[in-house]
Design a protein around this ligand. Structure first.
Ligand code: KIV
Ligand code: ZN
Length: 521
């Protein structure tokens, strides 16, 4: 590795693989393609698009991303066995830059209790896995799973064996989020000395102790030159290293790390919104970089300071991470031109059809709401993008409640293809009645796990964002929608979750994928 090359940190995004493993965060094919395009626009170097052996849906999604998304390397995950590796290769082989990522656990606890393999067998299987993958494509990454809890000598032995047979990237996972920064940095320093430039060192840190970003940065300081991360820090359990946080830390503290990434940081916020929207996993308000409060100053002394000079209390500029800093308000009299200009300034690229759908929604909203802010427009764009792939759409609903009477909802839905269905239901409250009527029409029965409302913008006519989480078939499903009318937002959010289930049940993801893929933040 030349000195110059070693200044660039490779950003390996695993939102579509590890991120998608978060409970309730599964995405359909269309959504995965939308996210993959956003990742490309963001400038990530590698997209881990899935685990092709896991299911037909995973395989199809990896293959679609490999076919459609040019620029980043497209990677498929595989265990160290022939079937997994062949399936991963089948999925990524149409990419211009295919990569296979093979992994095998190395820690004592995994060797003894999960794999029931001795150390020698682990080394042999790791070598065979890398060799099999090398027979398919030159770009092979190897991960000793649970590396952070593996004896250092044995970890070194496995890693060197993988490099001997051709692994070009050695990824060191802290699978259970056990590491602490100084110690993890020392592991990377040790491996770096042993590897001596023969492979890129990568890290993959989970966030169980809230240390994923800190451990990743410590590894970079010790020479790791690939970081594995996800948008909004999605991932198993407490999640992974958050892409936006690690990228902005490297950029803001360039004076300390002296490395760069190829990320267009202005795309961070739109990418975060897209992922929050398609997964239904909302970003906490005070989340670093992309949370709603990340750049707002409440204390008078801070506000005063920022007005005098932005740098007094801001180490990054909101516009650098893609927050539109605009007081421009649109309204009833704003035409197509003004809306298009605003949407483009906010960093969205839309097809003519998608823009027309948005404009229709904008006019409807302007009839109900005097002032339309960026957050309103964002919510509209995201809602329209989701509804474009829906199996069921709301035609109308009517709710009646009165003291002493059972709340009733009458709902009419249209199925894609045109047929209309209607039904009515009573419930414990108006929302319960509404959801029950939707269940009766669609035939999808769920258990409501969570229901939340929050306002998107300010004022009496603010839009409300409703998020619902339901359980069906042993899994969680989410939906999110916005409207000035909370009942309407509730119906649409619930229907989105139901649509996801209905699509999965109908096995029609491929058909839906062909339908719409025209909104990219
Ligand atoms: O957490 C982990 O160890 C993983 C590997 C497959 C890299 O996700
Ligand atoms: Zn992981």
């Amino acid at each position: 590795m030349s000195d110059e090359a070693s200044k660039q940190v490779i950003i390996f995004d695993t939102t579509l693989r590890d991120g998608e493993q978060s409970p309730g965060c599964s995405m359909n094919l269309t959504e995965k393609l939308q996210v993959a395009h956003a990742l490309k626009e963001l400038g990530v170097d590698v997209i881990e698009a899935g685990f092709p052996i896991a299911s037909t849906g995973d395989f199809e999604a990896v293959r679609a991303v490999a076919r459609e998304v040019e620029g980043p390397a497209i990677c498929g995950l595989a265990r160290c066995n022939d079937k997994d590796i062949d399936r991963a290769w089948e999925a990524v082989k149409e990419s211009k830059r295919p990569r296979i990522h093979v992994f095998l656990a190395t820690s004592a606890i995994h060797r003894e209790h999960k794999l029931k393999m001795a150390k020698e067998e682990i080394v042999r299987r790791a070598r065979e896995g890398v060799m099999r993958a090398k027979g398919c494509c030159p770009d092979v990454e190897f991960s000793p799973e649970d590396a952070a809890r593996t004896e250092l000598d044995f970890l070194t032995e496995v890693v060197l064996a993988a490099i001997d047979v051709g692994a070009k990237t050695i990824n060191v996972p802290d699978t259970v989020g056990y590491a602490v920064p100084v110690q993890f940095g020392a592991v990377i320093r040790h491996l770096r000395e042993k590897i001596d430039g023969r492979a890129v060192i990568s890290v993959h840190c989970h966030n169980d102790l809230g240390l994923a970003v800190a451990n990743t940065l410590s590894a970079v300081a010790e020479g790791a030159r690939q970081v594995e991360c996800t948008i909004n820090g999605l991932g198993e359990r407490a999640g992974n290293c958050s892409l936006e946080e690690v990228v902005m830390a490297l950029r803001t503290r360039h004076d300390f790390f002296n490395v760069t990434t190829g990320i267009n940081t202005r795309r961070l916020y739109p990418a975060s919104r897209l992922v929050a929207n398609v997964t239904g996993m909302r970003v906490q308000r005070n989340k670093a970089i992309v949370g709603q409060n990340a750049f707002s100053h409440e204390a008078g002394i801070h506000q005063h300071g920022v007005l005098q000079h932005q740098a007094t209390y801001e180490i990054m500029r909101p516009e650098d991470v893609g927050f539109a800093r605009s007081n421009l308000v649109l309204g009833k009299h704003s035409g197509r031109h003004a809306l298009r200009a605003r949407v483009e300034e906010m960093g969205y690229h839309m097809s003519e059809d998608a823009f027309e759908r948005l404009f229709e929604g904008f006019k409807g909203l302007a009839d109900k709401k005097k002032e339309i802010y960026d957050a309103d427009i964002e919510a509209l764009i995201e809602d329209r993008a989701q509804e474009a792939t829906a199996l069921w759409e709301i035609v109308s609903f009517h709710i009646s409640t009165a003291t002493g009477a059972l709340p009733t909802a009458a709902v009419a839905l249209q199925k894609s293809g045109g047929e209309r269905f209607s039904d009515a239901a009573v419930g414990d409250g108006p929302i319960d009645a509404l959801f029950t009527a939707i269940e009766r029409i669609t035939g999808v029965n769920v258990v409501l796990k969570d229901y939340e409302v929050r306002s998107v913008t300010v004022g009496e006519d603010a839009q409300g964002e409703v998020s619902v989480e339901v359980e069906h078939g042993g899994r969680s499903w989410r939906g999110q929608a916005t409207s000035t009318d909370i009942l309407e937002a509730s119906a649409r959010a619930f229907l989105l979750a139901v649509n996801r289930i209905a699509l999965r049940n109908a096995g029609s993801e491929a058909a839906v994928a062909a339908a719409v893929n025209d909104v990219r933040p």
